[in-house]
Design a protein around this ligand. Structure first.
Ligand SMILES: [Zn+2]
Ligand SMILES: [Zn+2]
Length: 751
């Protein structure tokens, strides 16, 4: 904090105070007002495009400043306080002035926050005027990002402008001693939004095993009783989602038992005001169909007053080991389509999925899926970044040119930089449907407009068929094509502010490599704003191209051919009539399609072990192997390291041993891959005299792999870096593209 107090002498004075960080929409102006009252100061406070600006005049300036740094509103984050001395005016009184919104360029706002303890108390206090009101909020909690129509975050710019304040709400809003002083989303049963159905009716439907669509903060959810196997299966059938795991919500952290077994760090993560879904060790009591074949389950805690009311209603009359209710809570969308946020769309499109559709009249302006996190290498990591975190920027540490980056094709996000900050959008999903593409483009243009910037360059993937690449080409800006795995690694380097030279390993499903080759297990080196491939996994045939990603048996077949055991394919994959002829063709093919992807290597192993021949969702085979693995075991001689190629064919061959149990095979797979990677990386790090190792790509969501590899690298005296601020998967690509685009422009400018 750049506060220069040394030359601020005592005595009556007027100070101008600039506060930067997450300071808008979090009750910062009322907080400053309260401090000014406490120390008998006159002046004003306001929001502007740089944060909060205040002027104070009187004798208590020093005390005011130390309190400003010591205390702060629950959701505020202070990055910088700058103080300058200005001429005293002598005007009495302290005022909160309205926002200065001169043109664009205001703060993009703050994330949505879970109901705070004080509002929860109001909710169940029969003397409170907010008793049982599903939309109670204050300056410490409630919806923000998702209800904001335009920056800055003022009631007039939000969905709450549809509701005029009643007398008591207007008085709270204007009362500096109230917790709701300038709480932009303030509402009560008299003047605020209303729910379409009584809570008791919603709870009764869920208790009967019905599927309920409920309007949430960032979109509609589909819900059902997570302990009711038939209900969960019905939801799967109607949502056309046969096996992909569902997340589960409980009322509070005390209600996690018996469903999951969080450790202390995971419990703290669950309780953050962002209320992410956190992957936890599965307990008992959930229907098997919630997360079939997996050892972990995504859990979250109720985060709106509506959720709290619902869980209270569900708890009535319950006893026994499963006394606390648990609900499957999943995004309400049609396959491949974006999350539904609109009441009419919900009624129309969810009619065949939900038995009951519960809406309210507070509009959702910006969609945001629930965020998903897990502890990886002992610290929180994103699997999906959305509600509760967007639009928090990522601090890049240095100023740079304004660029925009369009991300990948699946799990897309966009990123715009301003100054030293990178604004990564919420998870925008896969760009395969017209509506998903429209939602993506809306978010992209809005982010640029809200930030009030003019990007100089757009960065995209090198894959010519990615929809995002096509969109980038249509923006009318110079285009920089960034290699997929370079972007993965650059994202990690950017958030940790690492400076080249660096060594990086990208382990991924698929990325477009040089000449269109399928990459995904790449050792890279960065000497500037550019990542060069210096090694890769030994390539495997990928029969059927993209189909092999959905059908691991094809990768298993490719592995058999690579091992010279193609003739076993027909017998091993006898459920697939194509297997025999395909293996024959592959054996004789001069230039089969190859991939160096770690994800596909896992797929091949899953098929050879008989764990998964068909995936009904991305990453299924690898996730099932992780669930089976337990403690990783190293197979001696399980890999070859020749020149710059890491070859796991001996390991694949060992997985074919007759009588090898799948869980032992999975343990050997993880342990041997960790050992091979660590030796490979260690060798290059020694040669190049480097210690900082950047790890990126979707495979680092595999906890056994990530934990094991980081530990092995540390034992070699190296410093591994994992993605923390954005997901390891393609959700983090836009940040890496943006970082490389900035480096590109900066290098160009250098003489
Ligand atoms: Zn509150
Ligand atoms: Zn009211």
């Amino acid at each position: 904090m750049a506060t220069d107090l040394a030359n601020l002498s005592a005595g009556p004075q007027r100070l101008r105070i600039r506060v930067q960080g997450a300071v808008q929409g979090v009750g910062f102006r009322p907080f400053v007002y309260g401090l000014a009252e406490r120390y008998g100061l006159s002046g004003f406070v306001l929001n502007d495009q740089d944060g909060v600006l205040a002027e104070i005049e009187g004798n208590g300036g020093d005390m005011f400043l130390s309190a400003l740094r010591r205390e702060r509103p629950a959701l505020a984050r202070i990055d910088n306080i700058a103080v300058t001395r200005v001429a005293a005016i002598g005007q009495p009184g302290f005022a909160i002035r309205s926002s200065l919104s001169e043109g664009p360029g205001n703060s993009v706002g703050v994330p949505d926050a879970a109901t705070c303890p004080a509002c929860l108390k109001d909710l169940f206090d029969s003397d409170s005027r907010f008793h049982l009101y599903p939309f109670v909020t204050c300056t410490d909690c409630g919806p923000r990002f998702t209800i904001t129509r335009r920056a800055p975050y003022d009631r007039a710019n939000t969905a709450m402008s549809d509701f005029s304040l009643c007398g008591p709400c207007a008085s709270d809003y204007g009362d500096p001693s109230s917790r709701r002083f300038h709480a932009e989303a303030i509402a009560c049963p008299t003047c605020g939004p209303r729910l379409s159905h009584p809570i008791s009716e919603v709870a009764a439907a869920l208790n009967k095993g019905r599927i309920v669509a409920l309007k949430g903060v960032g979109g509609f959810h589909l819900m059902c009783d997570a302990a009711n196997h038939a209900a969960v299966r019905r939801l799967r059938a109607r949502k056309q989602r046969p096996e992909r795991p569902f997340a589960v919500m409980v009322g509070s952290s005390a209600d996690l038992r018996p469903y999951a077994k969080p450790n202390l760090l995971e419990r703290a993560l669950l309780c953050r005001s962002a209320r992410p879904i956190v992957l936890l060790r599965k307990g008992s009591g959930l229907a098997a169909s919630v997360a079939p074949g997996l050892g972990r389950v995504g859990m979250m805690l109720a985060y709106t007053p509506l959720h709290h009311l619902l869980f209270q209603a569900l708890s009535v009359g319950r006893q026994g080991p499963n006394a606390s209710p648990a609900l499957v809570v999943t995004s309400a969308n049609l396959p491949g389509e974006p999350l539904i946020i609109d009441n009419h769309a919900a009624v129309k499109e969810l009619a065949l999925i939900a038995d009951l559709i519960v809406t309210h009249d507070r509009a959702i302006v910006q969609r945001a899926d629930d965020s998903v996190m897990a502890l990886i290498d002992g610290a929180p990591a994103f699997i999906r970044r959305g509600r509760g975190f967007t639009p928090e920027p990522i601090d890049l540490g240095v100023d740079g040119p304004v660029v925009v980056a369009v991300g990948a094709h699946l799990k897309s996000t966009v990123c715009v930089t301003r100054g030293r900050e990178a604004f990564v959008s919420q998870h925008l999903g896969d760009l395969d449907s017209a509506r998903a593409i429209r939602a993506y483009e809306d978010t992209l243009h809005r982010l640029i407009a809200d930030l009030g910037v003019k990007p100089q360059l757009v960065a995209c993937d090198q894959h010519p068929d990615y929809r995002s690449t096509v969109i980038a080409e249509g923006l009318g800006l110079p285009v920089l094509r960034v290699q997929h795995h370079a972007a993965h690694l650059a994202a990690v380097a950017a958030e940790h502010r690492l400076r080249p030279p660096l060594i990086g390993v990208a382990l991924d499903g698929h990325g477009y490599g040089a000449g269109g080759a399928a990459w995904g297990g790449e050792l890279m080196h960065s000497e500037g704003g550019y990542w060069r491939r210096i090694g890769h996994l030994s390539p495997l045939a990928q029969p059927g191209g993209d189909r092999a990603a959905r059908e691991p048996w094809r990768m298993g077949l490719g592995a058999l051919v690579a091992l010279g055991r193609g003739e076993e394919a027909a017998g091993r994959f006898c459920r697939h009539p194509l297997a025999g002829p395909l293996a024959e063709r592959l054996s004789s093919e001069a230039t089969p399609r190859l991939t160096t992807s770690m994800g596909r290597l896992f797929d091949a192993a899953a098929a050879l072990l008989g764990v998964c021949e068909h995936q009904s969702y991305e990453g299924q085979a690898a996730m099932e192997l992780e669930a089976l693995a337990g403690f990783p075991q190293v197979l001696p001689g399980g890999y070859h390291l020749e020149q710059n190629v890491l070859d796991f064919r001996p390991l694949l061959n060992a997985l074919l041993q007759p009588g090898l149990e799948a869980r032992n095979g999975a343990a050997l797979l993880h342990g041997t891959i960790i050992a091979g990677l660590s030796e490979w990386i260690g060798r290059y790090a020694n040669q190049m005299g480097q210690t900082e190792i950047v790890l990126g790509g979707g495979c680092f969501m595999n906890r056994i792999l990530a934990d094991g590899l980081t530990q092995a690298l540390r034992r070699r005296g190296l410093r591994p870096w994992l993605p923390r601020a954005v997901p390891a998967n393609d959700g983090g690509i836009s940040l890496g593209q943006a970082a490389l685009a900035r480096a590109h422009l900066t290098a160009e400018r250098r003489p």
